[in-house]
Design a protein around this ligand. Structure first.
Ligand SMILES: NC(=O)C1=CN([C@@H]2O[C@H](COP(=O)(O)OP(=O)(O)OC[C@H]3O[C@@H](n4cnc5c(N)ncnc54)[C@H](OP(=O)(O)O)[C@@H]3O)[C@@H](O)[C@H]2O)C=CC1
Ligand SMILES: O=C([O-])CC(=O)C(=O)O
Length: 265
């Protein structure tokens, strides 16, 4: 039996817990959830402190935010627990990425999250060269407002009646400026081995009922274009609903019991 603790009980963490309790992966036990505020009445597993999660679990699943990875990842890995990271953008901090890579004996992996095709990008980028890469993300305006934006910028985004580009930069900048909306840009950068290479464009579109991520890459193995169109989570319009399912799939690979009739990793 593999013991799992989850950090975060929001739009990703809660459905992950529910899926695991429903038996999505054989032989796992959810020992509890670490969360900022008290969990709502009726939450199906106990709320625990991080220290208890570290003491009693085999794998810790982060579904809480980049700051949690920055604060706790090294401690978790040094305790010998494996860590599944959802907030991939935390690894845009090169210093943190280096410390996490050096830490152990626990292992960390990053979920593919809201996007796909990253397996192919890892394969293409592994031994060869990457000429260019880009991620263009389109979301509803309200999902993109940030505390650092001034009032005029927030108003322009909130009231736009047509698609507007609100950010262009590298994947590192994207993860830093939009920590809850552009983790996928970091995921693509990590897959290709360079966050600086990935040109990111973020579009606020009032008609974007589906969140879209268009990923393009030219490599010496081939040229790729993936267009992903996800339904937003009903609990958090910033987050695509599929992310929780991706976390469960990633966890299933990490614990060695991949979901699906045929194992595709
Ligand atoms: N890789 C990918 O494709 C994607 C990654 N993400 C990442 O996943 C994160 C979670 O997304 P989502 O579930 O939608 O966000 P939510 O805001 O819905 O939920 C976040 C949860 O984490 C909890 N939390 C926040 N800080 C802490 C802390 N310091 N310790 C313990 N718990 C904490 C919150 O608790 P409370 O509400 O009580 O404050 C809340 O329960 C995002 O911030 C983003 O970094 C998101 C989408 C896609
Ligand atoms: O869920 C999504 O579509 C993407 C997202 O929020 C992120 O990358 O942070």
């Amino acid at each position: 039996m593999t013991k799992i603790a989850v950090i975060g009980a929001g739009a990703i963490g809660r459905p992950v817990v529910e899926a695991l309790l429903a038996g999505a992966i054989d032989d796992v036990e959810v020992i509890g959830v670490v969360n900022d505020k008290p969990l709502p009445d009726g939450f199906p597993v106990p709320q625990i402190h991080l220290a208890e999660a570290i003491a009693t679990s085999d794998v810790i699943v982060e579904c809480a935010g980049q700051a949690v990875v920055a604060r706790h990842a090294v401690e978790i890995l040094e305790s010998g627990r494996d860590l599944l990271v959802t907030s991939a953008g935390a690894l845009a901090d090169a210093g943190l990425a280096t410390r996490m890579t050096a830490a152990g004996p626990g292992r960390f992996v990053v979920t593919s999250g809201a996007v796909g095709g990253v397996d192919l990008l890892v394969s293409a980028g592994s031994y060869g060269s990457v000429q260019r890469a880009s991620v263009t993300t389109t979301k509803l305006p309200g999902a993109l407002l940030q505390p650092w934006m001034d009032d005029a910028t927030q108003e322009r985004i909130r009231t736009t009646t047509e698609p507007i580009t609100i950010f262009e930069g590298t994947a590192e900048e994207a993860a830093r400026f939009f920590p809850r909306s552009l983790n996928v840009a970091a995921t693509v950068g990590l897959a290709l081995g360079s966050l600086d290479l990935v040109e990111v464009r973020l579009i606020a579109d009032p008609a974007a009922e589906l969140t879209s991520h268009v990923i393009e890459a030219d490599t010496d193995a081939g040229s790729y274009r993936f267009e992903i169109r996800n339904h937003p989570s009903p609990d958090n319009p910033r987050t695509s609903g599929v992310v929780a399912r991706a976390v469960v799939r990633s966890l299933s690979v990490l614990v060695g019991r991949p979901v699906g009739a045929v194992s595709i990793i």
